[in-house]
Design a protein around this ligand. Structure first.
Ligand code: ADP
Length: 311
């Protein structure tokens, strides 16, 4: 079972401040941490920890972060032969957090923005034979498009997580096996304000009408809803857990879902992904909070059978 991911690889630089600085103000921060991240790398890790062989295609810079970013993936056991090095900075996210937990985030895409269509072509060997191709929106859209075309040619189903959201060209929808998005992205893309399962269902119908084969909308603590072209609907409330940090919940959900959906049981896949994401939110941090397969199975074994809800 192998999953290919083409997407972003970032270093998150997180620092704590007692207030956000005004223009011209110099501020002393309390502590700073360096955390590997990026939606592509997070989803690759999530899929790998959930039990799949994973190949990552992306780009890092020619800076000291690059080595850490590459080795983080490699040490985990992910194939990084498709990770290119570009003569610029690695993707960086500058995150400041204030005492009440609000944050400001500045993203410098760096090398992620220099990923090219030729990188996708060059990675054909690692993409070929994969059971899924996972894509997000943190690399140039033209690269995603060429990846979708290559996947078509190779007969590999594509999961697109359009995050951050922007309008997907209409002709792309029929080429997507599955669209996975959160409330914010669903709202931005469909124009339907999504805050409840009923709204999410309307948004999912909208995306199916545009040609997507299946749509999965995550609703944070409200859970997730899955709509298939056949009209089949699954609505699973989130597992009740003590959430301390929801960073990477969506990425964990997607990676785990991709692994579990390699079998054809839609309900079981949703349950597995929800369990993985529930475990993720009980722990602080991003990649460190992504659970391993044994932990997910253990969590499921000790959870009451989840009730799929009506909408
Ligand atoms: P994103 O991280 O993209 O904003 P969501 O917030 O929708 O994604 O969360 C993704 C999934 O993580 C949800 O569908 C749910 O399964 C799980 N999740 C998120 N928040 C919680 C929570 N407070 N308790 C339990 N599970 C949660």
């Amino acid at each position: 079972m192998r999953i290919a991911v083409i997407g972003s690889i970032n270093m998150d630089l997180v620092t704590r401040v007692d207030h956000f600085p005004q223009p011209g103000e110099t501020l002393r921060s309390e502590e700073t941490g360096y955390f590997p991240g990026g939606k592509g790398a997070n989803q690759a890790l999530a899929a790998h920890r959930a039990g799949a062989d994973v190949a990552m295609v992306g780009a890092v810079g020619a800076d000291s972060f690059a080595m850490v970013l590459r080795s983080t993936l490699q040490n985990e056991g992910i194939d990084i032969s498709g990770v290119a090095i570009r003569g610029t900075t690695s993707g960086l996210a500058f995150i400041t957090i204030d005492p009440v937990g609000q944050n400001t985030i500045i993203i410098n895409p760096g090398a992620n923005q220099l990923l090219t269509n030729s990188d996708v072509t060059a990675a054909r060997m690692v993409i070929e034979g994969a059971s899924w191709l996972l894509l997000q929106n943190e690399i140039p859209w033209s690269v995603n498009e060429s990846a979708i075309m290559l996947a078509q040619e190779l007969g590999i189903p594509v999961i697109l997580n359009p995050a951050p959201a922007f309008i997907i060209p209409e002709e792309i929808y029929p080429l997507l096996a599955l669209l996975v998005l959160n409330e914010t992205e669903a709202t931005a893309i469909t124009g339907i304000a999504v805050s409840t399962p009923a709204h999410a269902l309307s948004a999912a119908h909208n995306l199916i009408a545009r040609g997507a084969n299946e749509v999965l909308i995550t609703l944070g603590v409200q859970g997730a809803i899955h709509l298939c072209r056949s009209g089949e609907i699954f609505m699973l409330p989130a597992f009740p857990v003590n959430a301390v940090d929801t960073t990477a919940a969506g990425d964990t959900f997607i990676g785990a879902y991709a692994v579990s959906r390699l079998s054809d049981d839609h309900a079981a896949a949703l349950r597995f992904a929800s369990a993985a994401a529930a475990l993720c939110v009980t722990r602080p941090g991003a990649q460190v909070s992504i659970p391993k397969r044994e932990e997910i199975l253990d969590f499921l074994a000790h959870s009451p059978a989840s009730d799929f809800a009506d909408i």
